[in-house]
Design a protein around this ligand. Structure first.
Ligand code: PEP
Length: 253
């Protein structure tokens, strides 16, 4: 059965002390994660170890990096390798967030290399996809997202693809307060799952967690997560507020 996941994306926010306080507050808040549910915290690189220590021993709670490089090691000043992440116990990495695609020119093909190296080191990529506003307005979002999946993921084997988590994030909904409607989210998630079914078969497609991202808040999470093909969310702004992210964790189905 596929996992239901609430993933926090802190982006480039918070000082160390603020991050510690946020995690302390979330840990202290009442929340229940069943066997099939996970909470994941994608924190900035300098806070990975702090977060690992604070969350160690917590059932079904994981720390993620927000990025990694595509090479094993070497003369790549400023980059962070998957081997480094693995060596400190990190099991998840967010890849291809729209901000990385836009500000750092990350292409579908480059992301395919990052996906490969994560899987080689047994780290789960949380692979982000999603269309900008002009593509949605032209009603070509299926072609756009289909190409992102094809160029970054469809070279993987069936055994590998079930180790990838997908985050569908319509760019026009990220940080804008504008959420895709429940129907729009379900429609795109069903489309994504169909693409996997066509490539790998239905059983494999049904094992893949597909998260929704884009202005998920405490007050809309339950309705979005209730959609049959939505398996939780990748959450930016609301993940920086302890009560809100706790409510989002508790909204998992
Ligand atoms: C994100 O950072 O991936 C995101 C979805 O941000 P927000 O929840 O703030 O829209």
């Amino acid at each position: 059965m596929r996992k239901q996941i609430a993933a926090a994306n802190w982006k480039m926010n918070l000082t160390l002390a603020q991050g510690e306080q946020l995690l302390d507050e979330i840990i202290a808040a009442p929340h229940s994660l069943s066997n099939n549910q996970l909470a994941v915290f994608a924190v900035p690189f300098p806070y990975l170890t702090m977060a690992q220590q604070k969350l160690s021993g917590k059932q079904n709670v994981f720390v993620a990096a927000q990025n990694c490089y595509s090479k094993k090691s070497g003369a790549y000043t400023g980059e962070v390798s998957v081997e480094m992440l693995q060596s400190i116990g990190i099991q998840y990495v967010v890849l291809g967030h729209s901000e990385r695609r836009e500000y750092f020119n990350e292409s579908n093909h480059f992301l395919a290399e990052k996906v490969n190296i994560c899987l080689e080191y047994n780290i789960t990529p949380i692979f982000c996809c999603g269309e900008p506003l002009h593509i949605r307005e032209a009603d070509t979002q299926n072609e756009f997202v289909g190409k992102q999946l094809e160029e970054s993921l469809f070279h993987l084997s069936a055994g590998q693809i079930t180790k990838v988590v997908i985050a569908y994030e319509p760019i026009w909904a990220i940080g804008t307060g504008k959420t895709a409607s429940n129907e729009q989210a379900q429609e795109m998630h069903a489309f994504i799952r169909q693409q996997f079914a066509a490539k790998y078969g239905e059983a494999v497609a049904n094992e893949i967690s597909i998260l929704y991202g884009g202005s998920v808040k405490a007050n809309n999470a339950s309705a979005i997560f209730a959609q049959p093909d939505v398996d939780g969310g990748l959450v930016g702004g609301a993940s920086l507020i302890a009560n809100d992210f706790t409510a989002i964790i508790n909204a998992l189905k």
